[in-house]
Design a protein around this ligand. Structure first.
Ligand SMILES: C[S@@+](CC[C@H](N)C(=O)[O-])C[C@H]1O[C@@H](n2cnc3c(N)ncnc32)[C@H](O)[C@@H]1O
Length: 488
C-alpha cells in the first residue's frame, strides 16, 4: 500500500498514491492537496468525493497540478450515497450519482457564485440566493426521470465496464447504443438501463438495439466514419402524451425507414412521431442537413406555465420541463417587468421565455438562430393567443444591430440565454451601447456568464441585484445561473 502522506515528488505518471480529498473542483472532480506550502500541490480525482480517502493512480502530471484515476475508496466520505444506476461509475450521463443530493446542490450554488466573484464582479449589493433544488418526481428520493430529451449514441466501439468484463461472457464490442464514457468521443456504453428520461425510453433503447442488430444495420465507426446509425434522440413531453423518436442516420434509406416505422408502431405504439435526421458529416450531433418526417407531425408539444409549445426535432427546449418553469419564474421576477416595457428575449429558442413574460409587458422581441425554432415560437404564440411577441430568425452577431432596434424599439429589459459558449464580445458591446435599464442573464455555464458580465461592466456600469442558481440537472455537475442587473 502506498504511503498516506505522499510528497509532490511521488506524483509521477503511473504511480499509485493514497489521497484524502478535501474539496469539489471543476467538471465534477474532487481535489486533494499534497505537500506543504502555498496550498500544496493539487491532485484532481474524478469519481471521488470530499472526505474520501482513496487509492488512485496518477495519469497526468503538469507543472501546477496532477490528475489521478480512482482505484479504490479506502474510507468513504459522509457525502457519498449508493448510486441507483449500475453504470453510474463509468457513464458520462451522471457523474455525481454517488454524491448525496444536498451536497450536489450546495456545490452547484458555490460554483455559480464563485464564477462571478472570480471574475471580480461586485456582489456587495446583490441578493445571492441559495440554489433552487430539483423536484423529486418519482418519489424515490433520487430525483430521476427528469429529462424530456435524451440523445443515445450508436458506436462501433463499445466500452465494457469492469463488471461486464468480470462476467467472463463473450460480448459484441462492435455495436453499442447508449451514452459516451467521459472524455471519450469514440467509446460508448451499451446501456441496458438509464434513469434520466423514463422507463419507456430505456426500453426503447433496448428495443432499437435489438431491431438494428437483427437487421444488420451498422453503427457509426467513430474513427473510420462508416456505418448507418448515428444517434437515437428521444423527446418525451412532460405534460402531453407526445413522444418523438428521431433516428439520426448517415444517409436516407426509405426502405429501412419504412421497416423501422413498422417496428415502432408494433412495439412502441406510444411514439407519436418518427423523424429521420440525415447527418453525413463527421461531427456526432443530432443536427443534420435534412430532416424527414416519417410519421406523425414531426413535433412534440409540451407546456411551461400556462402555455403549450410546439417543438421541432432541432429546436432547443429546456430539457427539464418542471425545473424550467422555476427558472423562468426567477427570470421574470428579476426582470421586474412593467406594463410599458419593451423586452428583448435574446437566444430565444422556441420562444418559451418570450411567452412566459409577455402578459406583463407591452411587447417582446425574440431573436434566435434556428429557423425551425422561430417557426415554433410564432406558431406557439398564435396557438396561445399571445399577440405582443415578434420573433426574428438569424445570428445574433449579424442581427443585433441598430437596424433591429430601430425597427422594434429600444429595449427596457434584455433577457439573454445564450448557449454554453456565452455571447460574442461584439454582442456584449452592443448591449453596453444600448444600455437597457434591466438585464437578466440566464446561463447554463457560469464561467462564460461571468466572463460576459465582466466585459459588460467594463463598458457600462451595471449593479448586480440578484443571483439565483437553479439545478436543472441532478446527478451532473451542471448548474443554471440567473443574474439580474440594473443600470447604475
Ligand atoms: C440555451 S438555449 C436558450 C433557449 C431559450 N431561451 C429557452 O429557454 O428555451 C440557447 C439558444 O441560442 C440559440 N443560438 C445559438 N447561437 C446563436 C446565435 N449566434 N444567434 C442567435 N441564436 C443563437 C440556440 O439555437 C438556442 O436556441
Amino acid at each position: 500500500m502506498p504511503t498516506d502522506t505522499p510528497a509532490p515528488s511521488d506524483l509521477k505518471r503511473g504511480r499509485e498514491v493514497v489521497l484524502t480529498l478535501e474539496a469539489f473542483a471543476d467538471r465534477g472532480k474532487s481535489l486533494a492537496r499534497v505537500g506543504e506550502g502555498d496550498g500544496g500541490f493539487v491532485v484532481f480525482v474524478a469519481g471521488a468525493v470530499p472526505g474520501d480517502r482513496v487509492r488512485a493512480r496518477v495519469f497526468k502530471r503538469k507543472r501546477g497540478f496532477a490528475e489521478a484515476r480512482l482505484l479504490e475508496v479506502l474510507e468513504a466520505s459522509d457525502l457519498r450515497t449508493t448510486p441507483r444506476c449500475e453504470y453510474a461509475a463509468t457513464c458520462g450521463g451522471c457523474k455525481w450519482q454517488h454524491v448525496e443530493y444536498p451536497a450536489q446542490l450546495a456545490m452547484k450554488g458555490e460554483q455559480a457564485v464563485s464564477a462571478l466573484t472570480r471574475a471580480r464582479l461586485d456582489l456587495g449589493a446583490a441578493d445571492v440566493r441559495p440554489p433552487l433544488g430539483a423536484e423529486d418526481r418519482d418519489g424515490s428520493g433520487g430525483l430521476f426521470f427528469y429529462r424530456n430529451k435524451m440523445e443515445f449514441s450508436f458506436s462501433a466501439m463499445r466500452w465494457l465496464t469492469d463488471w461486464e468484463i468480470a462476467t467472463g461472457e463473450a460480448m459484441d464490442t462492435e455495436f453499442a447504443l447508449g451514452l459516451h464514457v467521459p472524455g471519450r468521443f469514440d467509446k460508448v456504453l451499451d446501456l441496458k438501463a438509464c434513469y434520466l428520461q423514463s422507463e419507456w425510453s430505456a426500453r426503447l433503447v433496448n428495443g432499437v438495439r435489438a431491431f438494428a442488430k437483427e437487421h444488420g444495420w451498422t453503427p457509426k465507426h467513430p474513427r473510420e466514419h462508416t456505418g448507418y446509425l448515428r444517434i437515437l434522440a428521444v423527446r418525451q413531453s412532460a405534460h402531453t402524451e407526445d413522444r418523438m423518436v428521431n433516428l439520426v442516420t448517415s444517409h436516407h434509406d426509405e426502405g429501412r425507414m419504412a421497416a423501422f416505422a413498422d417496428f415502432l408502431r408494433a412495439e412502441f405504439p406510444e411514439a407519436t412521431t418518427l423523424v429521420n435526421t440525415i447527418n453525413s458529416g463527421v461531427a456526432q450531433t443530432a443536427f443534420g442537413e435534412a430532416v424527414h418526417t416519417v410519421f406523425g407531425s414531426g413535433l412534440i408539444r409540451d407546456s411551461i406555465g400556462p402555455h403549450t409549445f410546439e417543438i421541432a426535432s432541432n429546436a432547443f427546449f429546456q430539457t427539464n420541463t418542471v425545473a424550467a418553469e422555476k427558472l423562468y419564474a426567477v427570470a421574470r421576477e428579476f426582470a421586474n417587468l412593467q406594463p410599458d416595457d419593451v423586452v428583448y428575449d435574446l437566444y430565444c429558442g422556441a420562444g418559451t421565455i418570450s411567452l412566459f413574460v409577455a402578459d406583463a409587458v407591452k411587447k417582446v422581441v425574440g431573436v434566435e438562430l434556428v429557423e425551425e425554432a422561430v417557426a415554433n415560437a410564432r406558431a406557439s404564440a398564435e396557438a396561445n393567443g399571445v399577440e405582443n411577441c415578434t420573433f426574428v430568425a438569424g445570428d445574433m452577431l449579424e442581427l443585433f444591430k441598430p437596424d433591429l432596434i430601430e425597427e422594434h424599439g429600444r429595449p427596457d429589459v434584455l433577457i439573454v440565454d445564450p448557449p454554453r459558449a456565452g455571447m460574442h464580445p461584439k454582442v456584449v458591446g452592443q448591449i453596453a451601447h444600448l444600455r437597457p435599464e434591466r438585464i437578466v442573464y440566464v446561463s447554463c455555464n457560469p464561467q462564460t456568464q461571468a466572463r460576459d458580465l465582466a466585459m459588460l461592466q467594463e463598458a457600462a456600469a451595471y449593479t448586480i441585484e440578484a443571483v439565483q442558481p437553479v439545478d436543472m440537472f441532478p446527478h451532473t455537475h451542471h448548474v443554471e445561473s440567473v443574474v439580474g442587473l440594473r443600470l447604475t
